[in-house]
Design a protein around this ligand. Structure first.
Ligand SMILES: Nc1nc2c(ncn2[C@@H]2O[C@H](COP(=O)(O)OP(=O)(O)OP(=O)(O)O)[C@@H](O)[C@H]2O)c(=O)[nH]1
Length: 359
């Protein structure tokens, strides 16, 4: 190829917006002047790429996002309905998002409903999936458009105090899927975000069941890295005092297991020691989705967690984002250096660009 010919236009979009896109026109004559020009262009490109600043939308202090998770049947949907009733009665401005594509009917009106976007049964048919695969794929599809959901909430941010998020019945579909992580991170990078873990109190009265529930909550805390509020639900059936006692004093928990010398029992006793630190970082409230007990305490715990989010979690998030951006910039610089070398070695033929893009 004639090196005197105009080679190409490199259009690179860096950062999140097209506004930071940079056009570099390379007129490769292979002369020293051209090389200087090329170096200048690339330096400009680097500067603009790294000065693009914050990635993603600006952070807001309101509304607080409450992601409701919990084991199947723990009462998430009923609890969310109760939260909606409470917000309406207390003139708290709420917005409701349903992320369960398989739910048949909702007792509350959702402002944004995944079912309006993705037809779960169609997904199952088209991809030949079972129920869980269908829910997971529906959530994945929805996650690809989640920036629009964030944008919708951002547009209303001034008129909202809380966004209440209902999640699929099968807890692991949300907490252990890529789409669940994408959705959680999208929320947490734009608004203060708190996870409300709903516990079925009557079913957790056995120490072993209680321990497995707490281990799950612990894994969610470490996976999401967000403040977590334990909502001991159904206290109209069984009070949650026993749980508070077990969390407060591991000897009380071990005492409850003393009569049982099975492997599970001794294992749970050892775990209770390990979880002691985890319990200290939690807020726990007793609620009843049916009677409405504990709602004020729940919102107080959410407010305190949102404060904690701003003080601790947001700083951690900013640190992680800065580190991610630093690594991306380093990678970009390496790519630029590689491009510069390729251009110099080949006298600026088109193949170097191809090589760079494939690299
Ligand atoms: N007594 C009592 N029952 C409750 C309470 N909350 C929920 N329930 C009952 O628990 C059952 C399950 O409630 P759901 O709200 O469907 O639970 P869920 O976690 O959303 O269920 P999935 O989405 O299917 O996992 C229902 O029969 C509710 O009526 C409560 O506070 N007290």
């Amino acid at each position: 190829m004639d090196i005197d010919s105009k080679l190409n236009i490199l259009d690179i979009k860096s950062g999140d917006e097209a506004s930071s896109s940079t056009q570099v026109q390379v007129d490769s004559k292979g002369t020293a002047e051209d090389k200087d020009e090329l170096a200048d262009s690339m330096n400009n490109l680097n500067v603009e790429a790294s000065s693009s600043g914050q990635v993603g939308p600006a952070f807001r202090r309101k509304p607080v996002i409450i992601i409701v998770v919990g084991m199947a049947g723990s009462g998430k949907t009923t609890f969310l309905h109760r939260l909606v009733c409470h917000t309406q009665a207390s003139r708290i401005r709420g917005y409701v998002l349903n992320l369960d594509p398989a739910v048949m009917t909702l007792p509350y009106g959702a402002n944004i409903d995944i079912r309006d976007t993705v037809k779960y049964k169609e997904v199952m048919k088209q991809f030949n999936l079972g129920p869980n695969g269908g829910i997971l794929t529906s959530l994945n599809l929805f996650a690809t458009k989640f920036d629009e959901v964030i944008q919708t909430i951002e547009n209303r941010a001034d008129q909202l105090d809380y966004v209440l998020v209902d999640t699929p019945g099968q807890i692991e579909i949300f907490t252990w899927s890529a789409s669940g992580a994408i959705i959680t991170e999208a929320f947490a990078s734009t608004f203060p975000t708190v996870v409300a873990y709903v516990v079925d109190t009557p079913r957790s009265s056995s120490p072993v069941t209680f321990m497995s529930n707490m281990l799950y909550a612990c894994s969610i805390l470490y996976k999401t890295r967000l403040p977590l509020v334990l909502a001991f639900n159904k206290i109209d059936v069984a009070q949650h005092q026993f749980a508070l006692e077990w969390m407060d004093d591991f000897e009380a928990f071990q005492g409850a297991m003393r009569s049982d010398d099975s492997y599970m029992s001794t294992f749970s006793q050892s775990l209770s020691l390990a979880l002691d630190e985890f319990y200290k970082n939690l807020r726990s409230v007793g609620v009843s989705a049916v009677s409405g007990a504990g709602m004020d305490a729940f919102f107080k715990a959410i407010e305190a967690s949102a404060e904690e989010y701003m003080e601790t979690y947001k700083a951690d998030l900013d640190k992680r984002r800065a580190e991610k951006q630093r690594l991306e910039e380093e990678q970009q610089k390496r790519n630029m250096e590689k491009l510069r070398k390729d251009m110099e070695n080949s006298g600026g033929t088109i193949c170097c660009f191809e090589h760079w893009f494939k690299g």
